[in-house]
Write a protein that binds this ligand. Structure first.
Ligand SMILES: [Zn+2]
Length: 77
């Protein structure tokens, strides 16, 4: 995803603004990272350049587990 997207993306639960942490960047594209809700503190992964902003019931636990295990040193919850 591109950094400017941060200006329009919001938390799907409470519509609050998100904080970006970049783990891997390729040229201007953020490939891996997390978006952190400023209000509810939920973490949303950015996987292969795609921000996964879904409400809890639609989140893919298996995909996210794999992601957060891979980046566990960079994510402090
Ligand atoms: Zn939130």
């Amino acid at each position: 995803m591109r950094r400017w997207l941060l200006d329009i993306l919001v938390c799907p639960i409470d519509k609050s603004r998100l904080e970006l942490r970049v783990f891997d960047e390729h040229e201007d594209e953020i490939m891996e990272g997390v978006l952190i809700c400023s209000l509810c503190k939920r973490l949303y992964p950015i996987i292969k350049g795609i921000p996964i902003l879904l409400p809890d019931e639609l989140r893919d636990k298996k995909v996210e587990e794999e992601f957060f295990t891979r980046w566990r040193d960079r994510v402090s919850i």
